[in-house]
Write a protein that binds this ligand. Structure first.
Ligand SMILES: *Cc1c(COP(=O)(O)O)cnc(C)c1O
Length: 390
């Protein structure tokens, strides 16, 4: 390949978009009375709940802590099984381990790459307590089918919607459909608070538990106290954690949320450009979209037809990096990670996800990228595929 890369500067696969308004809202908090657990957290929670159409939202220091809280609130404990997908970030199943439960991995649907409800059903037994579907890349999982299984077997559903802020399922926003839903505000996600996460729910019991969980298991609510020694009095009623969001984070989150519709629209626009550009390239499969949902496009993943290429995914990946295109791979199936192997999870339990892993590359996609950036990515993909076409 010619030595001159398509781009002079490196284009990351994802990154935040912070404007002056965001900076000002953080400055306002820094100049005010509260840095943490002040009014900004409550405002952010209200704004998120209202955006997704849920009754309650509880903010956490990050999305992983939020998932941990959700597993706690769902009552996951020693010996309980929770079914999730292997095609996700480790946090989706680590939260089950934190609670002493056992994650069980159900293979993916080969078309959508989301958890396959038929595979979930095969794995349900008397120890199963919950399902954690992940809306992989922002495309909603088969929520209705997951809910049907949950109803039949009395299971809690916690959606990992870290990729899906702004996505809809059958016309409804992700965030109010299941027992609990988690969103993450890590800088590569749709909006950011630096680090941050939230659980949205319509269930008051879960809501109360989540509030208490993120603050050591402590409550000051008079009607929840066993005793009451006076106005200073609080009770620690279970072993919680400190995983509170700061007002600094929350102010940034609230400011970012105002821009979510534009952010998602830009992602959709760049995706159409990619789809159009790649549709005639036989060696590339563009992302299939199920008709029941509208993706919020956290990630754009191409699948390579390796039979038509002279090299493996690794060489294609490296060639794109040499063009200064910040590609990535989402994800290494969780059950193949060394810690999970040590726990006894074996290669072969999710052949669909394992095969997919060998063939995928994530291309840059984020609202702050320009049309020229998109054009560069397309040019680089064309160059690399043309070089390695059989
Ligand atoms: C980002 C992410 C998380 C964890 O969120 P953090 O805020 O980084 O802790 C969990 N699940 C998935 C699928 C994610 O992409």
């Amino acid at each position: 390949m010619s030595a001159k890369p398509i781009r002079d500067s490196y284009l990351p696969y994802g990154r935040q978009w912070i404007d002056e308004e965001d900076i000002q809202s953080v400055l306002n908090v820094l100049k005010g009375d509260y840095l943490t657990t002040g009014p900004a957290v409550g405002e952010f929670e209200k704004a998120i709940a209202s955006y997704v159409g849920a009754k309650y939202a509880v903010a956490f220091s990050n999305g992983t802590a939020a998932l941990h809280g959700a597993c706690f609130a769902a009552g996951i404990g020693e010996g309980d099984e929770v079914i999730t997908t292997p095609m996700t970030f480790a946090a989706s199943s680590n939260c089950v381990l934190y609670q002493g439960g056992n994650p069980v991995f159900a293979d993916i649907d080969p078309k959508t790459y989301n958890i396959d409800p038929r595979k979930v059903e095969e794995l349900i037994n008397e120890n199963t307590k919950a399902i954690i579907p992940v809306h992989f890349t922002g495309q909603p999982a088969d929520i209705d089918e997951v809910h049907q299984l949950a109803k039949n077997h009395n299971l809690v559903v916690i959606e990992d919607a870290a990729h899906a802020l702004g996505a809809t399922y059958k016309g409804k926003k992700i965030g109010s459909l299941s027992d609990m839903t988690m969103f993450s505000f890590h800088p590569v996600k749709h909006i950011t608070s630096g680090e941050g996460g939230v659980i949205t729910t319509n269930n008051e019991k879960y809501y109360q538990k989540l509030l208490q969980f993120r603050s050591h298991g402590i409550t000051r609510e008079p009607d929840k106290l066993i005793e009451n020694h006076g106005p200073w009095y609080y009770e620690m009623q279970f072993l919680g954690f400190n995983c509170r969001m700061t007002d600094i984070q929350a102010a940034l989150g609230t400011s970012q949320l105002k821009k979510i519709d534009n952010f998602v629209d830009l992602r959709k626009k760049y995706v159409s450009t990619y789809n159009e550009a790649f549709k005639e390239i036989d060696e590339i499969q563009t992302p299939y979209q199920d008709k029941n949902g509208i993706s919020s496009w956290h990630l754009y993943i191409i699948r390579l037809d390796l039979a038509k290429l002279s090299v493996s995914r690794k060489e294609i990946f490296e060639a794109l990096v040499n063009e200064n295109i910040g590609v990535n791979v989402h994800y290494i199936p969780v059950h193949l990670l060394p810690y999970y192997s040590q726990l006894g999870y074996q290669r072969g339990i999710c052949p669909g996800a394992e095969k997919l892993y060998e063939e995928i590359i994530t291309l840059p996609l984020f609202p702050a990228m320009t049309e020229e950036d998109v054009t560069d990515v397309i040019a680089a993909v064309n160059k690399v595929i043309n070089t390695y076409r059989k």
